[in-house]
Design a protein around this ligand. Structure first.
Ligand code: ADP
Length: 462
């Protein structure tokens, strides 16, 4: 069963139920009111008869004479004495010898009963006749229930027809309304199928918000479009990565292949060719290692050898390496270095500092400056790597920690051995696994500043 049909049936069902409940309430209320009115007429008639009755007592016998009341045709009256003998009855029931309500003949309080006599439906009030607190008989006043029965039957018919008509209208109108409400979803479904068939993630589902705020369907479509956007980015990043990795893998493999061919042709092992093969194998090993590390980090299974580390000592060690890497081209300087202890994996944290420092050196132009510093702030270790390089364009900033993301400069840099767009993502994941975070601020033309926050080690003097 389609969703639309289900919704329409539900809508009509709810409406039908509400109408049935309202119908039953109306029916009961009207019936109660009509009976109340009828009972009132019976009580008034009974009281009028009692008020006009003349009672005489001769010895033990009490005689009751009813005044000649002008009863309407629809009211029937019977007066019974205590011995169950009929004393008087109205003209319209004179030929009927029995009580119109045998159940009420010996009552000592006023009671009302619905009675069927032959094919006549009656409402009968039985009222004890009391003289000086002594019961001398029972007055029974009845009237036909046919008008009320007819009204009730008509009411049931009207309510039934109304309910059926309302359900019919609900089915038709509800179906149309739900169909138009679901139209954007149908369009969304069709577009989603087209997107999937055409493998075209650049398409978006069209939706025009009716009000200022998007409704639920608008929100769903927006969320779907956002997912498409993210998927598109992810796929294009992965495609780019595949192209980059293929390229990066092909170059060393070609070099290795060339050198092996050379050795074979020359029939002797050339030291230079061996060194070249070694260096390319190193490069490949590094790339594969980086990819493995990222895969582990992203699945939350990065193996960490956590120990207490003197971060300042580690920083000084990396500083020496960075100076070698920078050579004469860039000046690497030490800012203030506080004594800071953290709990962490020494090799991994070293990798973070090297990645940030190497980026700073690589992206900074000749005679630029790179500065590294370490302090304790707000109960955390704060490691800062600053450069006065080209800075990172605002549109790149939100993406630089994404895997395989490389800025324009990095992509166009030729013969760069280490640039795979993985360095910052690896740093990000390592810091994250240590319970810290990396922040970056950068201005194009002025430089960049990477700040790593790490929780301090347990040791009090850390
Ligand atoms: P890459 O291997 O390309 O250096 P990273 O993940 O280390 O990859 O860095 C991602 C991108 O961030 C780089 O391609 C570069 O555009 C930008 N970037 C990182 N560090 C700096 C920096 N210090 N100065 C300018 N741009 C930087």
């Amino acid at each position: 069963m389609s969703f639309r049909l289900r919704m329409t049936m539900l809508f009509a069902g709810v409406l039908g139920t509400v109408i049935v409940i309202i119908g039953i309430a109306v029916y009961l209320l009207v019936s109660y009111q009509l009976r109340e009115q009828l009972d009132q007429v019976l009580i008034e008639t009974g009281n009028r008869i009692v008020a006009s009755a003349q009672v005489r007592s001769i010895g033990e016998v009490t005689l009751v004479a009813l005044a000649e009341n002008d009863f309407s045709q629809t009211i029937i009256v019977q007066l019974w004495n205590q011995s169950g003998e009929l004393i008087k009855s109205s003209d319209n029931i004179r030929l009927f010898p029995d009580s119109i309500d045998p159940m009420g003949l010996y009552t000592n309080q006023t009671l009302f009963n619905d009675i069927w006599i032959q094919s006549a439906h009656l409402r009968v009030m039985s009222m004890p006749l009391l003289i000086n607190g002594k019961s001398i008989g029972v007055l029974q006043v009845g009237t036909s229930l046919t008008p009320i029965d007819t009204t009730q039957d008509t009411l049931i018919s009207v309510l039934f027809i109304t309910m059926m008509a309302a359900i019919g209208i609900a089915l038709v109108l509800g179906g149309l309304v739900i169909r138009s409400a679901l139209k954007p979803l149908v369009v969304a479904k069709d577009t989603a199928i087209q997107i999937s068939n055409a493998d075209d993630l650049s398409r978006r589902i069209p939706y025009k918000d009716v009000g200022e705020e998007p409704d639920e369907i608008g929100e769903l479509i927006n969320a779907f479009n956002q997912t498409l956007g993210r998927l598109e980015k992810l796929f294009s990043a992965q495609r780019r990565f595949m192209a980059d990795v293929s390229h990066e893998l092909r170059t060393p493999l070609t070099v290795i292949n060339g050198n092996v061919g050379l050795i074979r042709r020359m029939h002797h092992v050339d030291e230079e060719a061996l060194a070249s093969i070694e260096s390319e194998v190193d490069r490949l090993t590094r790339l594969v290692g980086d990819l493995l590390l990222l895969a582990q980090a992203e699945s939350g299974k990065i193996p960490l050898d956590i120990k207490a580390i003197e971060l300042d000592a580690l920083l000084l060690e990396v500083y020496q390496q960075l100076r070698v890497l920078a050579g004469e081209r860039v000046e690497v300087r030490l800012a203030d270095i506080d004594q800071v202890k953290v709990m962490g994996d020494r090799d991994r944290l070293k990798q973070v500092i090297i990645n940030l420092g190497a980026n700073a050196i690589n992206y900074t132009q000749n005679r630029g400056q790179v500065q590294i510093g370490l302090c304790k702030t707000k109960g955390q270790a704060k490691l800062l790597v600053t450069d006065n390089g080209p800075g990172i364009p605002a549109e790149d900033l939100p993406h630089i920690f994404e895997r395989f993301y490389r800025g324009e400069k990095s992509r166009t840099r030729q013969n760069d051995e280490s640039s795979y767009g993985l360095g910052l993502s690896i740093a990000y994941w390592i810091v994250q696994a240590h319970g810290g975070r990396i922040e970056v601020s950068s201005k194009v033309g002025e430089g960049s500043s990477f700040c790593v926050w790490l929780p301090l080690g347990n040791n009090k003097d850390s």
